[in-house]
Design a protein around this ligand. Structure first.
Ligand code: HEC
Ligand code: HEC
Ligand code: HEC
Ligand code: HEC
Length: 452
């Protein structure tokens, strides 16, 4: 573990030595390189202990990352007992911290040519994982009146766009053809991947100002609804990414060509992993298995069960067509031997529809009424969400949490504490997912509806 002394010594070293040469190398035409987080850590840059008043940026981003953000410890996750056991079970032939399969998401895994001098693989998921290789913009971006767009042209990732930002997170939190977490890895000990932009940004925690200062020529963002925009746009992008993932899985396009089909991690985990009890007590049997043969594991509908309510509310034309395509995906994936072509075709058609809705949600105006309507629609659909899947229920809980935080901050409600407690109750029901009970979850959702 890093300690405070190392942290301060490093910053001192950085102040003296790293910035000056970087200002020079930026002039030279060279391939862009990753130069490591220490290059950002000077106190005059991003390494303050506390946020700086009256600054456009907080300037303590490095301190937040190294002290509070799990990303700075992502490499260490590989060296722990679970990581090493996974390496054995998966026969990686190396320790997890040496395996490209793991480093791809747990570090800044760049080719030797892309690595700058100060680069250390053990620094985990660091600034440049999310902000892009810095060698070309590090120097110039510190000059006055430098524009963000110029940095983007020099290789900085455009994280200001909520759409691009979510895509960035999902590269690791959902996976791509080149780096992925499949059921084989989950069975070996990897946590299942799930995501929701607003909640995950809060947990990270955010090291940026919310809302950002308005840019010249653009209207200032209403601080009340930043989280709502992140939730809603994030949901749309997540569905798009999930549809793309299903498409390449169905087509067998994974980098190592070892795709299993159906890939279990695309299915409802607790269709297989729930506890058994007496038949008379089974809510699954009580509800039947609508739309599938009894006993076939269903598709994991978590990327859609909640989002569909929003999609229909704000874009009924695209929302309806999206519904049609995702239903095809869901029906086919909920068969024992899903037809790869049918799944790929429908998922591939659904992805651009989700993208269109994302683009709309990213620029839409949010207000109290819009947010209240979504808050009500979710519990209005309690039964469908609860029966869809435990992971769908989890998305509903995160959505209500995010939305209610924004809603109750904008105006005070007499029963806010009661609603809060009821939402927390949802999370409690999900603590032991193998014991999930759809009827209990649905009734807790309905109670929240009565409070709104
Ligand atoms: C597609 C990206 C991806 C790949 C590839 C990947 N991981 Fe992860 N890993 C994650 C993410 C994201 C998390 C955090 C999940 C969460 O908490 O939501 C994580 C969490 C973990 C954890 C739990 C860490 C903790 O703090 O509890 C371990 C252990 C782990 N990974 C080991 C591995 C090993 C070993 C490999 C290689 C076999 C690997 N990972 C490959 C993305 C990945
Ligand atoms: C896991 C991804 C991630 C990591 C790691 C990360 N950032 Fe960020 N950072 C973001 C996101 C997302 C934003 C918000 C983007 C926005 O609103 O423009 C952001 C915003 C910022 C901002 C404010 C930008 C602005 O124009 O308002 C600064 C400065 C920054 N990060 C610096 C750093 C530094 C320095 C590090 C490493 C010590 C770092 N970040 C690590 C994702 C990350
Ligand atoms: C390069 C891959 C990568 C990217 C990009 C990335 N993450 Fe992560 N993230 C990880 C890994 C790996 C972990 C697990 C770290 C650990 O637990 O040791 C993680 C953990 C987290 C956690 C902690 C989860 C927990 O269980 O406590 C949050 C929150 C998170 N990431 C949010 C984000 C957000 C928000 C973004 C986009 C702005 C993002 N991440 C981008 C790889 C990534
Ligand atoms: C089609 C059925 C099926 C689905 C769907 C499925 N699994 Fe599994 N899972 C299995 C089987 C079979 C095993 C091996 C169990 C054994 O050997 O005891 C397993 C093993 C596991 C293990 C290791 C078990 C242990 O005791 O440590 C974990 C963890 C796990 N799965 C998690 C998940 C998660 C999370 C999902 C959803 C993303 C999921 N599974 C989806 C069938 C399934």
């Amino acid at each position: 573990m890093r300690n405070a002394t190392i942290f301060f010594l490093r910053r001192l070293f950085v102040c003296l030595s790293v910035l000056a040469p970087c200002l020079l190398t930026a002039q030279v035409k060279e391939p862009v390189k990753y130069i490591g987080p220490d290059s950002c850590a000077a106190t005059s840059c991003h390494g303050n202990v506390k946020p700086i008043a009256d600054s456009r940026i907080l300037q303590n981003e490095y301190s937040t990352w190294i002290l509070q953000d799990k990303h700075s410890r992502a490499y260490q996750a590989l060296t722990g007992d679970v990581g090493e056991r996974m390496a054995r079970i998966l026969k990686l032939g190396a320790n997890a911290e040496e395996a490209p399969k793991c480093l791809a998401c747990h570090a800044l895994y760049a080719t030797p040519e892309q690595r700058g001098r100060a680069f250390e693989i053990s620094e985990g998921v660091s600034c440049e994982n999310c902000h892009g290789p810095a060698s070309a913009w590090l120097g110039p971006h510190t000059t006055r009146s430098w524009l963000h767009e110029k940095s983007v042209a020099l290789g900085m990732t455009d994280t200001r766009s909520v759409i691009h930002r979510t895509e960035k997170c999902l590269e690791c939190h959902l996976g791509t053809k080149n780096k992925f977490v499949d059921h084989e890895m989950i069975a070996a000990g990897h946590p299942d991947l799930y995501f929701e932009l607003d909640s995950f940004s809060a947990v990270m925690p955010r090291h940026w100002k919310v809302p950002r200062e308005s840019e010249p020529g653009k209207p200032a963002e209403d601080p009340a609804w930043v989280g709502v925009r992140e939730w809603s746009t994030g949901q749309a992008v997540q569905l798009r990414a999930a549809m793309e993932r299903l498409t390449w899985r169905a087509k067998g396009e994974r980098i190592d060509k070892k795709d299993a089909w159906p890939e279990y991690s695309e299915l409802s985990c607790f269709a297989c992993h729930h506890a058994l009890g007496p038949a008379k007590d089974s809510w699954r049997q009580e509800h039947g298995y609508v739309g599938r043969r009894p006993g076939d594991p269903a598709w994991n509908a978590s990327s859609y069960a909640v989002f569909r309510l929003l999609a229909k509310q704000i874009d009924s034309a695209n929302g309806q067509e999206l519904d049609r395509q995702v239903l095809l995906v869901s029906d086919e994936m909920s068969k024992l031997n899903p037809d790869r072509n049918v799944v790929a075709a429908a998922a591939c058609a659904a992805a651009p529809l989700a993208q269109r809705i994302a683009e709309r949600l990213a620029v839409m105006q949010y207000d109290q009424a819009v947010v209240l309507r979504i808050l009500q629609r979710i519990p209005d659909d309690a039964e469908n969400i609860a029966l869809a899947d435990e992971r769908a229920a989890e998305q509903a809980a995160m959505a209500l949490d995010s939305l209610y935080i924004a809603y109750s901050r904008a105006t005070k409600h007499a029963n806010a504490a009661e609603v809060r407690a009821a939402i927390n109750g949802l999370f409690q029901q999900l603590e032991n997912p193998s014991a999930y009970n759809a009827d209990q979850f649905a009734s807790a959702l309905r109670r929240i509806r009565s409070l709104l």
